[in-house]
Ligand binder design. Structure first.
Ligand SMILES: C[S@@+](CC[C@H](N)C(=O)[O-])C[C@H]1O[C@@H](n2cnc3c(N)ncnc32)[C@H](O)[C@@H]1O
Length: 218
């Protein structure tokens, strides 16, 4: 991680033509979860160029083609959806499974819209990858993790910030001591509904989401 992060490794990849800001191991782990859970709704925060939401939508499309939920969709939030990204996502073959909402993921009106989308859904998964400060991620967890259904997952990306030297995040509002890992740790003190899936961490090894694969157990 110490060699790959300064080299901006996470910016090297595309999913179905759109830049996806993820490590390949995390993409594969998320694929395993989307296939095993068979969600009919994936809630994502952090759209950027659209690669991760196109990835999620494409997995839902494959699930549907194999007898999974036909009406499965992705609801995705970003505080700023740039026009060229919006146009490319809307023109993508996976767009029919995607609804984008522009606004802060912790703004009450945005959370309210997402909650309405989750009504009546049977298997809900959440992927958090927006602002990586402790305060923001904790607020996202409080807003969205309760929507995750039993045996599904809330994945919190960029927990790795806690394990890296402080200079790696010196130009960011997050840092060791103030990041998604610290938010997860605090949230897990508030609830017994989730546990960290260490089996995933232990096999993918190279990940920005270590300790962030949260399985809903009750
Ligand atoms: C790391 S990028 C997301 C990458 C994307 N998930 C992917 O894998 O390709 C983070 C995104 O979070 C968005 N963001 C920052 N603060 C936010 C907030 N308060 N609410 C929602 N999105 C936010 C940024 O605009 C940016 O597009």
């Amino acid at each position: 991680m110490e060699a790959s992060i300064p080299a901006k490794y996470s910016y090297n990849f595309r999913w179905m033509g759109r830049p996806i800001i993820q490590y390949p191991q995390d993409i594969v782990a998320t694929q395993e979860l989307i296939y095993s859970v068979q969600p009919d709704l994936i809630i994502e925060t952090g759209i950027a160029h659209g690669g991760s939401i196109i990835f999620s939508a494409s997995m839902l499309e494959l699930n549907a083609a194999c007898g999974g939920p036909a009406d499965a969709k992705v609801v995705a939030v970003d505080i700023e959806i740039r026009e060229h990204n919006r146009k490319a996502i809307e023109a993508h073959p996976m767009a029919r499974r995607i609804r984008m909402i522009e606004g802060s993921s912790i703004a009450p009106e945005v959370v309210g819209q997402v909650r309405i989308e989750a009504e009546g859904r049977r298997r809900v998964m959440v992927l958090l990858d927006s602002n990586h400060t402790h305060e923001h991620v904790l607020a996202e967890l409080r807003a969205f993790a309760p929507l995750v259904t039993k045996d599904s997952y809330c994945v919190v990306f960029d927990t790795v910030v806690e394990d890296l030297p402080a200079e790696f995040s010196s130009d960011r509002p997050w840092a060791p001591g103030d990041n998604p890992r610290t938010a997860v740790n605090e949230y897990l003190k508030e609830t017994d509904a989730f546990e960290v899936d260490r089996g995933l961490d232990d096999k993918i090894l190279i990940s920005v989401a270590g300790g962030g694969y949260l399985r809903r157990i009750r």
